[in-house]
Design a protein around this ligand. Structure first.
Ligand SMILES: [Zn+2]
Length: 411
């Protein structure tokens, strides 16, 4: 095969192969490339200025896509230019996206593979270290992000995710219109969210936020009122129902666990049943719940209250919603279900934000979906100590709506 044929197969625009070396035993291919005769424009990698004269040149080695079974290395002549602004600076080569020893298309192949498999799996496939794969993936995602137009933030979601004992809480700001996370911050204080408004948005961008879906969590509300006073705060269904789930859990504990003995054994493992919605249960599970209710009417009452609260969000008129909430609260009377009385007080204290659901269209489910995605990533990734990486990963996932392929672990 002549160098010309190698050039054709390699297909690096503007470059030709002038030497090759094939090692059949080691299964490696080395190709030396330099600029084609017509390709003489040099671009300063610092400022983008064009030059026709080179200062000097040197060789760089990068790993490229494999040719069949052959691992391919490209040795490329890279020039330096004498730039009046940047000094002696290396030229910009499209196929060399970073200082790492990989070609752009090789990094793209690795990054693409990372979208559907874990870094460890990709590492095995490409014979790289897992840390190298993560570094390549991060650059791949940064390039994708830089080339992309950021959607405007009008409907914002603020949420917290518990990351475990070491990392504690993560504040997640998301764009509910484009269904993607926008920013991650450590902790869940007012200062955390303040930092988002301060560092990520201009004053104009802050003014453009129309609504914010948040949990009934004072620090977040305070921050939003300070930085985006015009924005409507909505306490969304997902979060309110989380509080309802917490309430039923408390009732369950009070009713059964403190009694101990036989009762305790009967309700063991039924916790998630009580947290599930009736419509999502099959007949066998419903039967189990009914048995539980036969033992304790108060748990049944609590379950019904939790179930009926969900109907609050079927109303689209404030008056109707308010009426329904009032009737729901009326049912609590004489029940002596303290956790639900606390919930009722919480709802009344945040009434305006709950009723705001009627004044603004909210994309329910988005908050929940984004949370789910991040949790999936965390479960698979193990050790996303780099929050920036986790954020980019979650954004890419939302943008491409990638479903993770569950790969069975090799025994
Ligand atoms: Zn320059």
């Amino acid at each position: 095969m002549r160098d010309n044929d190698f050039t054709k197969i390699l297909r690096w625009p503007g470059y030709r192969v002038y030497r090759n070396e094939i090692d059949e035993k080691a299964k490696t291919l080395r190709l030396w490339v330099r600029r084609k005769r017509g390709n003489r424009k040099l671009i300063c990698s610092g400022c983008g200025r064009k030059f026709s004269e080179a200062h000097d040149h040197r060789e760089r080695e990068v790993r490229d896509l494999p040719w069949g079974e052959y691992r391919t290395t490209v040795v490329i002549e890279v020039y330096r230019v004498c730039c009046p602004t940047c000094g002696v600076k290396v030229e910009k080569v499209p196929q060399l996206p970073s200082k790492a020893p990989f070609s752009k298309r090789f990094e793209e192949a690795v990054g693409g593979a990372c979208e559907s498999a874990s870094a460890r799996q990709v590492a095995r496939q490409f014979h790289l270290a897992a840390s190298t794969v993560r570094a390549i993936d991060l650059r791949y995602l940064e390039r994708w992000k830089a080339a992309r137009r950021q959607p405007a933030l009008r409907e914002m979601g603020v949420d917290e995710i518990y990351l475990g004992k070491k990392m504690k809480f993560l504040t997640v700001v998301s764009n509910l219109e484009s269904s993607e996370p926008v920013w991650f911050g450590q902790d869940r204080t007012q200062e955390t969210l303040d930092e988002f408004f301060q560092t990520q948005l201009t004053a104009r961008q802050r003014k453009r936020i129309e609504s914010a879906c948040v949990d009934m969590w004072k620090p977040y509300t305070n921050s939003i009122q300070q930085w985006a006073a015009q924005c409507r705060i909505i306490y969304d269904k997902f979060h309110v129902l989380q509080h309802a789930n917490r309430a039923i859990d408390e009732v369950r504990r009070a009713e059964f666990f403190r009694k101990g003995g036989r009762m305790r054994g009967l309700v063991k493992g039924k916790r998630w049943l009580l947290l599930s919605r009736w419509v999502n249960l099959d007949s066998q599970k419903r039967q189990q719940l009914n048995e539980l209710f036969a033992l304790n009417r108060r748990v049944m009452k609590a379950y019904l209250l939790k179930e009926s609260l969900e109907r609050l969000w079927t109303y689209r008129y404030e008056a109707a919603m308010l009426r329904y909430l009032q009737s729901w609260i009326d049912q609590l009377r004489w029940q002596r279900l303290q956790p639900f009385q606390n919930l009722a007080r919480l709802l009344l204290d945040h009434l305006d934000g709950i009723l705001n659901y009627c004044r603004t269209t909210v994309r329910f489910g988005v908050v929940e979906a984004i949370n789910g995605n991040i949790k999936t990533l965390l479960r698979r990734g193990r050790g996303y100590t780099n929050l920036r990486y986790l954020l980019l990963k979650a954004q890419r996932m939302a943008a491409t709506k990638t479903e993770f392929i569950v790969l069975k672990k090799a025994a």
